[in-house]
Design a protein around this ligand. Structure first.
Ligand code: HEM
Length: 376
């Protein structure tokens, strides 16, 4: 253990010096490789998180019966077919990986509650985008030839937990009913969790979503955000949550269904470049990257045409999809501790639920079509 610790210290000093040397000019961040730091206990804590979540999925399966569900974001409001168009004439600095050239991809976008099945409660809301028909080798060796690129977003700009060992403690405190004691020790996590929980939501198609965690963009770093816009004018739209909330545990699904029954819904997808490694860190996803210092830049448009998305076959298809930030081209690689944990955990949980459900895990082609969904 002593040896591991001292070699870690030496390694991070070397990496750290490299980062300062590369980042010597103010405002020019170091290369992607140089800003990642792996804590000595990260690997063990990640394995612990995987084991805890696997046990939780098994327990849910024993108690509630099939199908075994996702450990997080189990309830989908809906999963819709969309077009994701990378803009023409992006600045040269942004043309990396999926954003390298103008193209239109068919996407499957799954909207979800992070926690719980009642739309009136629960914490974050998810928007998981899966682009199909994406050429090039991908990061996960087992799925290197997959033609998908995933972009996972939540309706809040920062994550509530900083490190792998904090995540273990947070999870265990939650289970033991002592989360207040955890928050007393980690007040920032407490404040962020409270802020997430306080958000009132009217319609999943009118929320602004964020990646929370950073990604490489070639040798730079970025965060992602998607903002709802009018399909006709591309001006920004805002959610107007009803007060009081409707007396319906599925009111978000109903709102989404009603919106797409009568017309299209659109988003602008944006990147925020890291311009200062000190105030826009890679390893701490609880820190907000200032939009005043580095505004988000539009790089793609998302169009969800009028459609129905509630056929049993489409629901089954979406339930069996697997989204992970690691379904990615190398140039758009997920970075930072929270994303490194997700590499291990999403694969384990998706594999487990597919095995328990007797369903093969496969990436979609984008040619799927269901009753009520667009035929392209
Ligand atoms: C250590 C931190 C995290 C853990 C342990 C975790 C865990 C999970 C797990 C187990 C799933 C289900 C995977 C599957 O069965 O296919 C999931 C789904 C999801 N996570 Fe996370 N997550 C973490 C952080 C984040 C962050 C920072 C975001 C921010 C965007 C996020 C967004 C999502 C979304 C949107 C889904 C739903 C994907 C879908 O629709 O299938 N998660 N997460």
């Amino acid at each position: 253990m002593g040896r591991i610790r001292s070699s870690y210290v030496v390694a991070s000093l070397v990496i750290g010096l490299g980062a300062f040397a590369l980042g010597a000019r103010p405002g020019i961040p170091a290369s992607s490789a140089s800003q990642e730091r792996v804590a000595p206990d990260e690997r063990a804590a990640t394995e612990q998180i995987r084991d805890l979540l696997e046990a939780q999925v098994r327990e849910g399966f024993r108690k509630d019966g099939p199908p075994a569900k996702r450990d997080a974001h189990a309830k989908a409001q809906g999963c819709v077919k969309a077009r994701f168009t990378v803009e023409r004439a992006l600045p040269a600095t942004l043309r990396r990986g999926i954003f390298a050239r103008p193209a239109t991809y068919t996407a499957w976008i799954r909207f979800s509650n992070a926690v719980g099945s009642d739309d009136r409660s629960g914490l974050a809301r998810g928007m998981a985008i899966k682009l199909t028909g994406v050429p090039g080798r991908k990061l996960l060796p087992a799925e290197a030839n997959a033609r998908t690129q995933d972009l996972l977003l939540v309706n809040y700009p920062v994550f509530n937990i900083r490190t792998a060992s904090d995540y273990v403690q947070f999870f265990e405190a939650n289970r033991a009913g002592t989360v207040d004691a955890f928050f007393a020790k980690h007040p920032r996590a407490g404040a962020l969790t409270a802020a997430l929980a306080a958000q009132r939501i009217g319609n999943p198609l009118l929320l602004r979503y964020f990646s929370m965690t950073p990604y490489a963009l070639g040798d730079r770093y970025v965060k992602y955000s998607a903002e709802p816009v009018s399909c006709a004018t591309r001006t920004v739209l805002h959610d107007a949550p009803p007060n009081p909330l409707p007396d319906d545990p599925n009111y978000l699904r109903e709102a989404m269904t009603a919106t797409l029954a009568h017309g299209a819904a659109c988003y602008t997808f944006m990147l925020q470049l890291q311009t200062d490694p000190a105030t826009m860190p890679i390893e701490d996803s609880t820190v907000l990257w200032s939009e005043a210092r580095s505004p988000f830049v539009a790089v793609a448009s998302i169009d969800m045409p009028e459609q129905r998305f509630d056929s049993p076959a489409q629901r089954r298809f979406c339930e069996n999809l697997s989204y992970t930030p690691w379904h990615s081209l190398p140039a758009n690689r997920p970075v930072g501790v929270i994303n490194r944990i997700r590499r291990v955990v999403y694969d384990a949980i998706s594999t487990l639920r597919h095995r328990l459900n007797g369903v093969a895990r496969r990436e979609p082609s984008g040619n799927e079509s269901f009753e009520g969904s667009p035929t392209w």
